[in-house]
Design a protein around this ligand. Structure first.
Ligand SMILES: C[S@@+](CC[C@H](N)C(=O)[O-])C[C@H]1O[C@@H](n2cnc3c(N)ncnc32)[C@H](O)[C@@H]1O
Length: 286
């Protein structure tokens, strides 16, 4: 595995791209410019294919249109109307995957964006993107949420999306986020949730709607209470939606089975769990 990733890193090192800019068009993070030669273009194409599956996107790198499994722009669009002005802000994205949202946050004008994700393959996807990028105030740390400890009271906002239910002790992550936020800072906690008014959690055995590595799935009220216990205030449910296959589906760069294969016609998951919903809570560090 490591040898294969080293080979891909070498291929990315062969890219010679003259970047022009970053833009977002119909949700696609577009890095424009031109390759110096055909060898560079071929290296970019090869690395992109060797890094399949791309879970998060869509991206376009100098003419290479790269559709991922997730239309990550749909989540951004749900959040965007309620986000504070990110211009000049210091922002973290914990569990940033390949950095799709790092580019969205940078494009929104943040002064510094720090991504945390321990998965080396996603870092290589990010490196491929950055091989096409102009100078941006983005950094990617191949570390987990615990590395937030190196950033005490540094961030104006932290995005924590799709992470809590993968952790056996999500409260520890909430405390770590709180310590890394400035006073008055905002945590955007986005999660898979159970759509129930009760304060409850379910504990799937194995997978939930095909998602592996899942521990506890909270209802919105349970998640809100966990955040309150961690010391956050001004807790607000920003959205609650039922997941659809428009947002998560197979694509050229992520051809494996996806959401539609994990949901029965009545909306329940193939493992017998309730329909998969997602919610975001906006909470403040006092
Ligand atoms: C479900 S994905 C969510 C990706 C993205 N935040 C989103 O909302 O689309 C979970 C991510 O958390 C990352 N991850 C796994 N362990 C982690 C840890 N200890 N700390 C931070 N992120 C972690 C995974 O590599 C993966 O990219």
């Amino acid at each position: 595995m490591q040898d294969r990733l080293d080979e891909i890193a070498k291929t990315i090192g062969e890219i010679r791209f003259i970047p022009e800019g970053l833009s977002v068009e119909k949700g696609i993070v577009r890095l424009t410019g031109r390759h110096r030669d055909e060898t560079s273009r071929a290296a970019a194409d090869k690395a992109a294919r060797e890094l399949i599956p791309w879970r998060k996107g869509p991206f376009a790198f100098g003419g290479l249109e790269l559709d991922a499994e997730w239309r990550s722009d749909k989540k951004w669009d749900r959040l965007a109307g309620d986000l504070p002005d990110l211009k000049g802000k210091i922002v973290a994205d914990v569990g940033c995957n390949n950095g799709y949202y790092l580019f969205r946050i940078a494009e929104a004008g943040a002064a510094r964006v720090v991504g945390f994700d321990p998965t080396l393959k996603y870092k290589l996807q990010y490196d491929l993107a950055m091989a096409h990028a102009p100078a941006l105030p983005i950094e990617f740390r191949v570390e987990g949420w615990d590395a937030l400890a190196h950033f005490p009271e540094q961030f104006d906002a932290i995005f924590l999306m799709g992470v809590n239910y993968h952790a056996p002790e999500p409260a520890e992550i909430f405390y770590a986020c709180k310590r890394a936020l400035k006073s008055g800072g905002l945590l955007i906690c986005e999660s898979v949730v159970v759509d129930s008014p009760a304060q409850l959690e379910i504990f799937p055995r194995g997978k939930y709607a095909g998602i592996g590595g899942v521990y506890a799935i909270p209802s919105v009220t349970a998640l809100a209470r966990q955040l309150e216990v961690a010391g956050f205030t001004e807790i607000r449910r920003q959205h609650l939606v039922k997941m659809t296959a428009d947002e998560q589906r197979p694509s050229e760069f992520s051809p494996q089975k996806s959401f539609a294969d994990a949901i029965l016609p009545d909306g329940t998951s193939i493992e017998g769990y309730p329909p998969l919903c997602r919610a975001a809570l906006f909470v403040t560090k006092p």
